[in-house]
Design a protein around this ligand. Structure first.
Ligand code: G6P
Length: 612
């Protein structure tokens, strides 16, 4: 996690740093800091958000056309001013920002202390800047060479940008397992953890690869070489990202904007990939692998967080429609439990950011074992997108709110297309059902639009429960993972404890918790298990529980049993999660707002978890 931004050129660096850090705040917001080079080094660091840094900077010398900035998600050392980046070398000559974890920092620190280095923070980053200083001074090296030698001694993950005060016309950047993008301006350079701070200035970018070091200079040159000192030719790419899509567009929070964007993002995810009338699905990124996929012994889906929930729904889709056995794994567990993977397996990574460290590591392991690896990500050019054999982008546009919404429905849309494509190839569903599902998929954006028009009712119900301390979410079949997702949304942004359960499992534990203070949210729009869900609702009511039910439009049965019903349009069961999750996103959003929470930046969380 953590966000990095850097600038070298002729413009004033400070405003570029601040704007860039604000765009990267989704990566962490425990502290923020900048270093500016203006003859001497000015370093300003502050616990809290970028806004706190800005307030703190008022009245200070903020001049300088070279700068590095950082927004932190704490790993080593608590979030305070002392541990905030940039960190300074002992001789005051070098300063750096870092995203990642130096795993052997303790050993390095002890060795450096023996050599007389004194540390002022608890961070692994300060150890790294001292290590570079030690090597530079000992061997009298230019900064890029000192960085290269130092990184050979480092175990772990890093994206860094370094300033050397004595070499003021250059910046040195390096990466391993944490992302870094270099933007090439007309006569300047921008460096950042992702392209969002860069797009405003240039669309020409180079994504740094693992174990590469880049040197950008005021004379306009860009040099890339590896840690083992091999020169690399920079691969310049064109960014496909619009600045307007990074703004809030009149919504109070990015999360609300992103919830409301879903009719469009789902349509974008389908665009050019299917035609219901003509009855075809084309997924460019997998075209040459689709036969292999249809013959796969099994699919293993690896993911974290909300993406893992999308994976659980995919299990229903692939098994139900395409009859392919599926296992869905938390990437963090999968990578450490010596799993059995064969060449006949297809391993699918689901990730909004394309940078989640555990998901990356799980994929790398699967690749080594010979499985076909397929990535379904949102962020174009991200690490997972570049690692996989095949992949598809979900085209949801930048997702800034930490709690994932439109990326989730984007993933579901693409997973549905994949399952239908494979089902068609394998002949596991009838032609008419294939056509019905495709046609209905095209109707989904408009149906979500209809649910969004009902936001006021959901806001009202949220108001009734804003004081709750616990909540239970129940669902069955395709909608069981939606219950998990609804509970996750509520807990991550409103800090109300919530659990998702398969409705029938309620009897094996959670039923003991039910009383008149416990809202029970039941996703009841399934057609197949409808009677069973009605019975589950009766069971909750019999224990004086308060039921909020998500039902199909026109449902007359549940309306008379549940305390509140939220109607959503009818749809085909495999597509029902695309609709049922929308009121749950809104419900969590409104409760969090009513409780005064910052929904875009919930405490302790980060959007992109690039540490394990
Ligand atoms: C973090 C985010 C979640 C996200 C998860 C997985 O926990 O806060 O919203 O679902 O990471 O991230 P990914 O980018 O791999 O989908």
């Amino acid at each position: 996690m953590c966000g990095i931004v850097a600038y070298l050129g002729n413009k004033s660096a400070y405003p570029i740093m601040i704007k860039g850090l604000q765009r990267l705040e989704y990566r962490g917001y425990d502290s923020a800091g900048v270093a500016l080079l203006n003859g001497s080094l000015t370093i300003i660091r502050r616990k809290g958000k970028v806004k706190d840094l800005e307030d703190f900077a008022v009245g200070k010398n903020l001049s300088g056309t070279v700068g590095i900035g950082h927004t932190r998600w704490a790993t080593h050392g608590k979030p305070d001013d002392r541990n905030a980046h940039p960190h300074l070398s002992g001789n005051g000559r070098l300063t750096l920002v870092h995203n990642g974890i130096i795993e052997n920092y303790d050993t390095l620190k002890k060795a450096l202390e023996k050599l007389g280095h004194v540390f002022h923070s608890e961070t692994d980053t300060e150890v790294l800047v001292h290590l570079i200083e030690e090597i530079q001074t000992r061997d009298n090296l230019v900064i890029e060479e000192a960085v290269r030698v130092a990184l050979q001694k480092v175990v772990g993950a890093y994206a860094i940008v370094v300033i050397d005060k004595e070499d003021p016309d250059k910046l040195v950047a390096a990466r391993k397992a944490s992302p870094l993008v270099i933007g090439i301006g007309t006569d300047d350079f921008y460096i950042a953890s992702d392209a969002t701070p860069i797009v405003e200035y240039t669309k020409k970018v180079v994504y740094l690869n693992d174990e590469e070091i880049a040197v950008v200079k005021k004379d306009g040159s860009l040099q890339i070489f590896t840690i083992s000192n091999e020169m690399q030719k920079p691969h310049i790419q064109q960014l496909d990202m619009e600045l307007e899509r990074l703004e809030k567009e009149g919504f109070d929070y990015f999360m609300l904007k992103e919830i409301h964007e879903q009719p469009r993002t789902i349509a974008d995810g389908m665009r050019g990939r299917m035609n219901a009338e003509e009855g075809w699905i084309r997924l460019g990124g997998v075209a040459e692998y689709v036969n292999k996929m249809s013959k796969a012994q099994r699919f293993i889906i690896v993911a974290c967080g909300t993406s893992w929930h999308a994976g659980l729904i995919a299990e229903y889709l692939f098994e139900d429609l395409a009859r392919i056995p599926v296992e869905v794994e938390y990437a963090s567990e999968f990578r450490y439990r010596n799993p059995i993977i064969t060449e006949n397996d297809v391993v699918i990574a689901l990730s909004q950011s394309g940078e989640t460290a555990d998901t990356m590591a799980a994929l790398e392991m699967a690749k080594e074992k010979g499985a076909l690896i397929y990535g379904l990500v949102n962020v174009v050019g991200s690490s997972i997108a570049r690692l996989t054999d095949a992949g598809s982008y979900i085209h949801a546009g930048p997702e800034i709110g930490v709690a994932s919404t439109k990326a989730f429905t984007g993933q579901l849309t693409l997973l549905t297309l994949m399952a239908l494509k494979l089902a068609y190839l394998k002949g596991t569903i009838t032609n008419s059902y294939f056509h019905e599902l495709l046609t209905e998929l095209e109707n989904i954006p408009a149906k979500i639009g209809k649910i969004l028009q009902n936001a006021e009712q959901i806001e009202y119900i949220a108001g009734e429960f804003k004081g709750a301390s616990n909540a239970l979410y129940l669902g069955r079949g395709y909608n069981f993972p939606v219950a998990l997702e609804g509970a996750l949304k509520l807990k991550e942004i409103s800090y109300i404890h919530a659990e998702g359960y398969p409705a029938a499992e309620m009897k094996h534990g959670p039923i003991a918790l039910i009383d008149e203070n416990m809202p029970v949210i039941v996703i009841a729009n399934n057609k197949s298990a409808y009677e069973k869900i009605v019975s589950n609702i009766q069971e909750v009511k019999a224990r004086r529980g308060v039921v909020i039910a998500i039902v199909e439009e026109g449902d007359e049965v549940i309306k008379h049993i549940a305390d509140y019903t939220i109607e959503i349009p009818a749809t085909e069961e495999p597509l029902s999660p695309l609709l049922s999750v929308i009121p749950l996103q809104l419900f969590a959003y409104y409760i969090a707002i009513l409780r005064g929470c910052n929904v875009d930046q919930p405490r302790n969380l980060a959007k992109s978890v690039t540490v394990e």
